[in-house]
Design a protein around this ligand. Sequence first.
Ligand SMILES: [Zn+2]
Length: 315
Amino acid sequence: MKKRAKLRIKSLPRFITFSLISLAVIFIFGMLSVTLVTNVVSAISTQTEKAQASAALVETAQNATADTAAIAAQADAMVAPNDEDKQTVTDDTAASDDPLECTKKRLRNNDTEGLKVVFLTFDDGPSEHTGEVLDILNTYNVKATFFTNRHDGEVAEAAYRRIVNEGHTLANHTSSHNYDLYNNPDAFYSDVQALDQYQRQITGLTETSHIFRFPGGSTNANETCVSGMVKRGWNYADWNVSSGDGGSDPPGADGVTQNIVGGCHEHDVSVVLCHAESKSGTLAALPTVIKTLQDEGYTFLPMEKDYTYPRHLEV
Ligand SMILES: [Zn+2]
C-alpha cells in the first residue's frame, strides 16, 4: 500500500503538467476557431452589404437611367472603400474641377474636337514693337508664343527677358532666318543651336522650350531638316490662321481682326501667325481680337512642347 501511494504521489506532477498542456491546446484551437468563424461571418456580411448596395443603386439606376458600371463601382466604394479608391476619386474630381487642366490634358492627348483654344504666335522678333504687344497681352491676361531670331541690343535683350518673366513661351525660329541653310542641314542645326544658347544666355533659362518654327514654315524647309529637328528633340508648329501681316501690303486693323477672328471660328485649335515687327494694323487689332474671342469662350494658351500643332509638312 505504501508503495502504491508513493507511486500515485510521484505521478501527480505529470498528471498536472499533462492537464495544463491539454488545456492550453484546447484554448489555442478554440481561439483559432473563433477567429475563423468571425472572418467567415465578416466576409459573408461584407458580400451581403455589397449586394444590398448594388441592388439599391441598380434600382436607382433604373429610374435615372444611370450607368450600371458606375453603380457597381459606387457599391464597392460604399462597402469597403480603401485608400487607393479614395485617392482615385479625389484625383478625378480635382482634374474635372479645373477646366484649364482638362484642356491641357486634351491637347497633350490630341483630343481636340470641340475645344476653343487659340495660340497667338509672333514671329521674327523681338522688335521695337514687342514691348507694346506684351503690354496688350498683359492687359487681357493672355499668354502667347514668340518665335524669335537673334537680335542684339538693349531693347531686344529686355524683350527676351520680358517674354520669359511674364510667362510667355520663348520659342526658336533660327538665329539667322536664312532660307539658304535648308541646303546645308548641319549648318542649319548649328544656327538653331546658336539661338538656343543665346536665348539662355540672355534670359538665364537653363533650358529653352524646344518649340520651333521653320522660317517660311515647314514647307519651305525639306524632309531632311524637318525630321532632323524632330530627332533632335524639337517639337515644331506651323499655323492654320494667318493675320495676313507678313506681306508687303499688310491689312489695317479691320482686315487683321477679320482674318484672325474668322480663322479661329474655323478650328477647334487655332495657331495664329502674326509678326513681331508688325505693322500698326496688327497692334491696333489685337485688343479687339482678344476681347472678341474671350467673350466667345476661347482660351488663349502659350505653347508647350508636348501638345500637337498643325504641321504643313509631315515626315
Ligand atoms: Zn519668320
